[in-house]
Ligand binder design. Sequence first.
Ligand SMILES: Nc1ncnc2c1ncn2[C@@H]1O[C@H](COP(=O)(O)OP(=O)(O)OP(=O)(O)O)[C@@H](O)[C@H]1O
Ligand SMILES: [Mg+2]
Length: 368
Amino acid sequence: MAIRRRFDPTRALQWGFVVLLSIAAAQVVWWILDEVRHTQKLHDALIAEYEVEVQAARAMLDRGTPATEVSDLFPQVVFSSGPERVAVNPRALAELDDDRIRRLRRIGWEGAFFLLVLVAAMAVLAQALHQDAQLRRRQQNFLAAVTHEFKSPLASIKLSAETIALRDPPPDKRRALVERLLADIDRLDAMIGNILDTARLEEGRVQLQPERVSLAAAVRALAEEVGPRAAAAGVAFTAEAAPELEVQADPIALRTVLRNLVDNAIKATVANGGGSVRLEAGKSGAFVRIAVRDTGVGFAAPESHRLFEKFYRPGDELRRKTRGSGLGLYIVRRFVELEHGRVSAHSDGPGQGAVFTVLWPAPRGERA
Ligand SMILES: Nc1ncnc2c1ncn2[C@@H]1O[C@H](COP(=O)(O)OP(=O)(O)OP(=O)(O)O)[C@@H](O)[C@H]1O
Ligand SMILES: [Mg+2]
């Protein structure tokens, strides 16, 4: 199916402005060149005029007109004792030169200023258009991913529910079906949670309430939640955090960050045919360093910053091995930043695993 691009008046207006600004910039360049040429022409014409005056003065002197009369008639002419007898007043020539330089300087400054303003406006507009195009592409990718993410668990829920309703399976089969139902519902729930979190972050509606939180307890709760799922998918999940380790965090933000990082690590490891995911935590100055290391598909080094952008998922939607919408790491970054922490990603390359490191502020009073 061919997709026709809808006419977007704002975009058309922005492009219209880019065209107008380009024309205006070209006009300014033309104006500068024209003014420079005009100034030079004016200067040459005055010099020629002075020369004519000198010739006329000389002719009048030849005819015996008194020097005072000649001098009154041609104020720009001076008398000299040499064979020429008259010449253009050097002061008049210097004034002419000064005037020319002043004019050229003014044209230079004014022209450069207008050009700078126009070029800056074009750059800002072009940058906005470029970012807009990128965001559109990512949103289209996001829409494709989200549609798939919603459709597949819904289809699976429908199948499980129909099987239970129509076939009345034996208890063990029924239990397996119910577990699958719950897993699918969890998947939908996580997805909707991500979309809602993103919307709240975008609108600045997120009010975090940082408090002293036991990292060990948060990690234990996470291990209980994802451990069985990881094991079922052939991934060994281990988590290590000293019992006394605490962070200054909003508990929900902390849980969301840890869950997203571990979830990603498990997905990447499953896509690499299984392996291990390890969460480690330890004090690091005023922070607690939390590292989630996996033996998954990894990524190319230049991707490490882009992964945290909204909707960004490397590759294209049809060929990607893992499911997702590209919101998880964006939410992670925003939450960590709101908590005054830092997050970074590292991989030695595709197929080499990855490590995501969060520096989370330690509780106040414990910041060595
Ligand atoms: N541990 C990892 N190893 C390799 N690639 C990763 C890892 N974590 C994230 N990525 C890459 O970064 C991309 C963005 O991750 P993010 O969590 O933002 O989105 P997602 O997992 O695709 O979807 P969502 O989290 O919204 O369900 C992923 O699609 C994946 O390609
Ligand atoms: Mg994710």
